[in-house]
Design a protein. Structure first.
Length: 281
């Protein structure tokens, strides 16, 4: 988790609260959802939509140790696919990164595409955990929508790795003719997450009226397109954040409403040049 033993001990005993990032890390290393850690039922939050259940083709873990080993294989695959790309990664590379044999990898995941599918599912779970950790208790619909969009943008190293998986998924689905049912369902859940946030703001009277699906379609298309531009070095992360904020002011927020100033508005370092290094550089 990257947390020292003293802080962990105090958090487990109730003397200290876990931070949002620590909750996400704890969910990652234990294999559970943040909703289970904070005591809320999956799907109970009006914004966050639960990720689809994983259905791997290989063997299912029979013990906690096997479950841990399988999670470590998925995380190793996720990192290598994100940094290097699906085609360049070998199963032996994943096995070495996870500290297991290639035979062990194949035991849980018969093919490399099976592993990539689980890497995508890992990205979905990370997104869900971030939403629960960072949106729970945020009642203002304007701040909730802004936080939701900002945490799903390619900010920082982790954000870029996450988006690399999504970008490769889009490419694979497009090359296969756009008929991937599982991917369509994953994207539908993301769309519904944003639509629910927009509808909540409309109900509160702080967002423009109109079909929430149309407003959500514009918003998700904007985030997707800007995210690709960030990853390919066309624009910076700060430019993306500014354009999303401008769109929210023009198309979503009512004239008398503005975006709140939160910890997400702290100045991020701006690169000296407009371009950004490619993922994995």
């Amino acid at each position: 988790m990257g947390i020292d033993e003293t802080k962990l001990s105090k958090s487990l005993s109730g003397q200290r609260r876990f931070t949002d990032d620590e909750l996400v890390a704890l969910a990652r290393v234990t294999g559970v959802a943040v909703s289970a850690l904070v005591g809320s039922a999956p799907g109970a939050d009006p914004v966050s939509v639960t990720p689809p259940d994983a259905d791997p083709a290989g063997a299912s873990p029979a013990t906690p140790e096997q479950a841990r080993r399988r999670r470590e294989i998925v995380e190793a695959a996720w990192g290598l696919f994100a940094q290097t790309g699906f085609e360049a990664v070998r199963v032996s590379d994943i096995a070495a990164a996870a500290g297991v044999s290639s035979a062990t990898v194949h035991y849980y995941f018969p093919t490399k595409p099976d592993l990539f599918a689980m890497a995508l599912n890992h990205s979905v779970k990370l997104a869900y955990d971030r939403q629960i950790a960072r949106l729970t208790g945020v009642d203002d619909p304007v701040e909730r929508l802004w936080r939701l969009l900002d945490m799903q943008s390619p900010h920082g190293e982790a954000g870029r790795l996450d988006w690399s998986i999504w970008l490769q998924s889009w490419n694979r689905v497009a090359l296969d003719g756009g008929q991937d049912v599982e991917y369509v369902e994953i994207y539908r859940r993301w769309f519904e997450t944003v639509r629910a946030a927009v509808a909540a703001g409309q109900q509160a009277g702080v967002f423009h009226s109109g079909p929430s699906e149309e407003l959500t379609g514009e918003l998700t298309a904007l985030v997707d397109g800007l995210g690709v531009q960030v990853l390919t070095g066309v624009i910076t992360e700060e430019t993306m954040r500014r354009r999303v904020r401008d769109h929210l002011r023009r198309r979503i927020l009512r004239p008398e409403v503005d975006l709140p100033t939160t910890d997400l508005d702290r100045e991020r370092p701006v690169p000296s040049s407009q371009g950004s290094p490619p993922v994995g550089a």
